[in-house]
Design a protein around this ligand. Structure first.
Ligand code: ADP
Length: 498
């Protein structure tokens, strides 16, 4: 285990010194001189020390982003030049794939194989995809009808302009990928950015900042301020010099962000929590559905906003399916992410560990039965067993609240109407899975589920081309796809009387 969990030379170098903020293209210490430690959740020991930015540093970064937006070479570049830099960022991510995967594995806990296969290539692809949009953000020509100016002729058109300086606050579950989801559309539209990574996982965003400069991104276009949510994050959300705030994280903090944004009425986009239903009909390919249900919840330790955390199984196949998912859960090898034998790593932090084990205790008190797991692992680090809970009542907390860990709650349903009612009985609406061989049933249900993504006979499929986001309290707006661009653009109507 010692050998398998040892990082490579490159990664050791990167985490060998206190990491500074990135402001205006330079490494800067926090004005306060403070630093904080980021831990390796597989061992609960210090991984690296990082500058602790606060409101002063956020202000410096916002001013740098403003200068870069108003006067810098970025704003004078052609869309093609911007797109080329973005393309190079994607290339550099792949050239440094092993290092970036290791950083996220060490900082977040996730299995190295997962980071290498999913997080890193998806991040690169997001930049490649968004690079293409830089040259395609066109307005239109419009013929206005103006009844009170009879006989007047007009030439009118729309311009689509970057919204300006954007604050971006990201979570710890996919540190590099969430940075890419946020930075890609901001750069494609010509905005400038202050990015605040999660305090639990600041390393890959700082490394990405270096790679962006290497790719030719001008100084001040992307600034990275590491620090805590209540200080650096709150200062960014309320800063009067920020034109838009984009946030991914808990619904609770999303509410704080939306409130903080009202001061200057900055634009807000939010990607928040979920309690997504994964639905298995009797006529499904049951082997595939069982594997999909397990993957839907246990991928990334269940620390996924769209995790399929509520499993609905048609009554007559219920026992067979839940036993199958429990068997799959027991086969998952839980261990340090750097160990090549590990399928699943530890939870990200002590706080997250306490939260998930707290839910397991509440479930036990409520009489929920664990068919698999149900406990923490007795070893250092924040490891929790993949857990399958049954005997759950409609108001049990494990069914209603987002656990954000490897815990699935299974319930039976009788028919489609019963299922649709149960599936939509949540304040969230991020995603859903439907497993059936009846295509018409799948499409009909896809319309009835109130969620931003519906997967049919698959789960956790993400692509830069596909919009992602939530109905109800799962958020405002969409990330990725063409759709995200409008939230980084202002539309201007220009009317010329001829
Ligand atoms: P979790 O509760 O799972 O840690 P959060 O929603 O708290 O997730 O964190 C997501 C991001 O939001 C992190 O970057 C965190 O620092 C930031 N954050 C937390 N609290 C605030 C706040 N009050 N204002 C702005 N950002 C915050």
């Amino acid at each position: 285990m010692a050998v398998a969990t040892r990082p490579t030379e490159k990664t050791r170098f990167f985490k060998s010194s206190p990491r500074a903020l990135l402001i205006n293209g330079k490494s800067e210490q926090a004005e306060s001189g403070k630093t904080f430690d980021t831990l390796n959740p597989a061992t609960a020991t210090v991984l690296a020390s990082v500058a602790e930015g606060d409101a002063h540093d956020i202000d410096r970064a916002v001013r740098a982003a403003r200068r870069a937006f108003e006067n810098g070479p970025w704003s004078r570049m052609t869309p093609s030049e911007r797109g080329q830099i973005m393309h190079r960022i994607g290339d550099l991510i792949m050239e440094h794939a092993d290092e970036l995967a290791e950083l996220d594995c060490l900082d977040n806990g996730k299995a190295l194989s997962v980071a290498r296969a999913a997080d890193v290539p998806l991040a690169a692809d997001l930049f490649w995809y968004m690079a293409g949009w830089a040259t395609k953000l066109n307005g239109g020509t419009i013929t206005p009808s103006v009844p009170y100016l009879p006989g007047a002729e007009f030439h009118a058109y729309t311009l689509r302009e970057p919204v300006g300086v954007v604050g971006q606050i990201i979570p710890w579950n996919f540190p590099l990928l969430m940075a890419a989801w946020k930075l890609g559309p901001a750069l494609a539209t010509g905005c400038t950015v202050v990015l605040k990574p999660a305090e639990q996982t600041p390393l890959s965003a700082l490394r990405l900042g270096e790679l962006m400069l290497e790719a030719g991104l001008p100084d001040g276009v992307v600034n990275v301020v590491t620090g805590f949510g209540e200080t650096a994050g709150a200062a960014l959300a309320s800063h009067p010099g920020v034109d838009k705030i984009a946030f991914t994280g808990s619904t609770e903090v999303g509410r704080l962000i939306a409130t903080a944004a009202t001061g200057n009425l900055k634009k807000v986009s939010l990607e928040l929590g979920g309690k997504s239903p994964n639905i298995i009909f009797s006529d499904a390919d049951i082997d595939a559905a069982v594997a999909g249900a397990a993957q839907g919840i246990f991928f990334n330790q269940g620390e996924v906003c769209c995790a399929g955390s509520r499993l609905f199984v048609q009554q007559d196949r219920f026992d067979e399916v839940v036993e199958g998912v429990a068997k799959a859960a027991k086969q998952i090898k839980v261990g340090p992410g750097m160990d090549p034998d590990s399928d699943m790593g530890p939870l990200v932090s002590r706080e997250q560990f306490d939260r998930v084990t707290g839910y397991l205790a509440k479930g036990q008190q409520a009489g929920n039965r664990a068919l698999a797991g149900g406990h923490a692992l007795d070893r250092p680090g924040y490891f929790v067993e993949p857990t399958v809970l049954v005997d759950v009542e409609p108001n049990d907390v494990v069914l209603r609240e987002e656990i954000f860990g490897p815990v699935i709650v299974a319930l039976p349903f009788s028919d489609v109407d019963d299922l649709a009612r149960q599936a939509n009985d949540t304040v969230y609406g991020l995603a859903a899975g439907v497993w059936t061989q009846d295509i018409s049933k799948a499409h009909k249900l896809a319309k009835r589920i109130k969620a931003g993504t519906v997967w049919v006979n698959t789960y956790n499929v993400f692509s830069a081309e596909l919009p992602f986001g939530g109905f109800k309290q799962s958020g405002w707006g969409r990330e990725m796809g063409e759709e995200v661009l409008s939230s980084y653009l202002e539309t201007k109507s220009v009317i010329v009387q001829l």
